[in-house]
Design a protein around this ligand. Structure first.
Ligand SMILES: CC(=O)CC(=O)O
Length: 669
């Protein structure tokens, strides 16, 4: 049966739910005011949103009552990709929108944030308190000389201080950037050295898996290696005093902290810098296959609109909801989670291991915090399934309306397991996009059915297509994921890429003027989407993209390793196998001692996530004629492709070396 031959859906929203969904109300309202189709449901709305792109985004801005401090001249000044100019003339501030609920006297004392760690004792921060802290920290940042465009960096776990710091940075027009504290110094420096932060806000350590992890040494190294820092703010998660020259967090934001002279706390015009629509909001990092991680800059206005659309219409979140996504500050899903505040939704922050003390830890968080949308990685769902967890039996998940997954496609067994083990009336939203847009190209639609193994549909305002190698759209066939129209959250540029060369090469080289994401997808005739994995060789483990180059750099420091090759393979059961192939130096032996050293080196220099699943000795590493390691063809071989289909022999320096991988694939099959 082809994917579009209407199989029975696993789940369908009932008519009451469809009627109550914000997207339904938006469609009726947009039909009235903006000429959107009143009939035809989501498919018609989606078609209109891409055909009438400017009208659609005007309607979104109007529906969510975006506060333009200066009005826009038009919606799209230029729609060329890259380089589209959104809402020229407009000024606004992201943080002002995230904190709007604090202005509502009826809601100011309700929780904006619920936070908990592995002890699973939820605590809350009200909207009024969050706004007070953001206001106080913004005043301090100004006092420290942070000006619009200056970078403020966080080395913080998923704790309220990270949210406050992001919002305060955005409030002053600074550019936020963060790394999670499980990143080692080299990984952090590869990111932060590119963007030259003026402030670093860092923890002394973190707790994970029941243990304390001291990070004072790493922070000291960051301070030494980041000469642009003007101030360091110390967040004492493990209770240590601020090191010399660092400012204690509490002194800057506690209720008694005095604002800088002349700052009247609470007046919007004092707190929120109104910046141009395309002013940088944050820098996210995504590893390519070579070089330093890409430093992706997204704009205040672009993220504001895209996230209102995602959170308010696709995720259907509003003031009654509690939004929990298991993430760290090193993944774009954290930024996405923070944007839950935009719709007045309570955001749940969990700082801890996904599976401590037991595999069902995340379900316990969802239960304890009353989460209505629980997002996690597909890998976590599959791990729960493998471990025989029974979340619906063991936890009160009656408030959870939607379980969303990302990081990798949710395999069919994952859908069935969620349906059987959580609730049969569960909206399961497998979503996919990426750091590059800090959003989803396809995913959740509250008014559509869910079919096993499929994302419900392409998102509004996203002309998602599957293209064959000639650039022709295909349906019900595997093709390259492309987006043919600009999205507001596409990068405004990469940092450290003055002529946009790397930006163009990353997305626009294969099909000029069209975004090619690097995923294989099938767009079904029913409008749903199946994702098949990366079409390039970027490693993507539990949703975190990693560059193979980082791993080579670390491993090849060991004298025993002559050269290495790392491959990430999506497995049919939803798992991910990441072998590291090593070509040893003469006389070296791959024994347990060397294996341990390789793993330790990777863990210390990069992070535990980078540690491979297996280390395998090979007779040599194949290269292209220009000397680049051959990754994609090796991945194809390991996926079972025949040698002559995986690579053209004339482009390889030693084609015989590839036979090893061909045989390995056969042996593993
Ligand atoms: C939304 C996403 O696509 C997240 C990810 O997997 O990087």
């Amino acid at each position: 049966m082809t994917a579009s031959a209407s199989p029975v859906p696993l789940w369908e929203p009932d008519p009451g739910r469809i009627e109550a969904a914000a997207i339904t109300r938006f469609q009726t309202w947009a039909a009235d005011r903006y000429g959107a189709p009143a009939d035809g449901g989501y498919a018609a709305l989606h078609r209109w949103s891409v055909e009438e792109l400017e009208t659609f985004w005007r309607a979104v801005a109007d529906w969510f009552d975006i506060r333009f401090a200066t009005p826009y001249e038009r919606v799209l000044g230029d729609r060329a990709m890259p380089g589209a100019r959104w809402f020229p003339g407009a000024t606004l501030n992201y943080a002002e929108h995230a904190l709007r609920t604090a202005e509502d006297p009826a809601r100011a004392q309700e929780p904006a944030l619920i936070h908990l760690d592995e002890e699973q004792r939820p605590a809350t921060i009200s909207w009024a308190e969050l706004r007070r802290q953001v206001t106080a920290l913004a005043a301090e940042l100004r006092r420290l000389g942070v000006r619009p465009g200056d970078r403020v960096s966080g080395y913080l776990p998923n704790i309220p201080q990270a949210v406050t710091a992001l919002l305060a940075t955005a409030a002053v027009g600074g550019v936020w950037t963060s790394c999670a504290p499980d990143f080692g110094a080299r990984s952090v420096l590869d990111r932060f050295q590119q963007v030259e932060p003026v402030v670093l806000i860092a923890v002394d350590g973190y707790r994970y898996g029941g243990k304390e992890h001291d990070r004072t040494g790493t922070v000291a190294e960051l301070r030494r290696e980041l000469p642009t820092l003007r101030a360091v703010i110390h967040v004492p998660l493990l209770g240590t005093p601020a090191p010399e020259g660092a400012l204690p967090w509490a002194d800057l934001v506690d209720a008694g902290a005095s604002p800088a002279a002349g700052t009247r706390i609470g007046e919007a015009s004092d707190v929120f810098e109104h910046v141009p629509f395309d002013h940088p909001l944050w820098i996210l990092y995504s590893s390519g296959t070579t070089g330093l991680p890409k430093a992706i800059v997204q704009s205040q206005g672009g993220i504001l609109l895209e996230h209102y659309k995602q959170i308010g219409l696709h995720c259907d979140l509003g003031p009654e909801d509690r939004f929990f996504w298991y993430t760290s500050t090193g993944w774009m899903m954290w930024n996405f989670l923070v944007s839950g505040l935009l719709t007045g939704t309570t955001v749940v922050l969990y700082d801890g291991s996904p599976g401590h003390p037991a595999v069902d830890a995340q379900w316990a968080v969802a239960e304890r915090t009353g989460a209505t949308l629980f997002g996690t990685s597909a890998a976590y769902v599959m791990a729960c399934r493998k471990a025989g967890a029974h979340p619906g039996r063991d936890h009160d998940l009656s408030r959870v309306r939607c379980v969303a997954t990302t990081g990798s496609p949710l395999p069919p067994d994952g859908f069935r397991w969620l349906h059987d083990e959580v609730a049969d009336d569960l909206w399961i939203a497998s979503v996919s996009g990426g750091t590059d847009v800090c959003s989803c190209f396809a995913g959740a639609v509250p008014t559509l059915p869910v079919h096993i193994g499929e994302l419900q549909a392409a998102c509004l305002g996203t002309d998602l297509q599957a293209w064959d190698a000639q650039g022709r759209p295909v349906v019900d066939e595997v093709g390259e994921l492309v987006v043919t129209n600009p999205m507001p959250s596409m990068p405004v540029r990469f940092w450290n890429d003055p002529d946009d060369r790397r930006y163009r090469e990353s997305y626009f080289e294969t099909f000029p003027g069209v975004w090619r994401h690097g995923d294989w997808i099938t767009l079904t005739g029913r409008g749903s989407v199946v994702i098949h994995g990366r079409s390039d060789s970027t490693l993507n483990r539990q949703g975190v993209r990693m560059g193979s180059a980082d791993i080579y750099e670390a491993v090849e420091r060991l004298p025993e390793i002559r050269e290495s090759l790392v491959i990430g393979l999506e497995q049919p059961d939803g798992g991910y196998w990441m072998p590291l192939f090593v070509h040893l130096a003469p006389d070296a032996v791959l024994d347990d001692t060397l294996r341990d050293r390789v793993k330790r080196t990777i863990r210390d220099r990069l992070s535990p996530r980078h540690v491979p699943d297996e280390i395998i000795e090979v007779p040599g590493i194949p290269h292209t004629l220009t000397g680049k390691r051959i990754e994609v063809p090796v991945k194809r071989l390991l996926q079972g492709a025949a040698l002559d289909q995986a690579v053209s022999a004339g482009s390889v320096d030693n084609v015989e070396l590839l036979r090893f991988y061909e045989k390995l694939a056969r042996d593993r099959a």
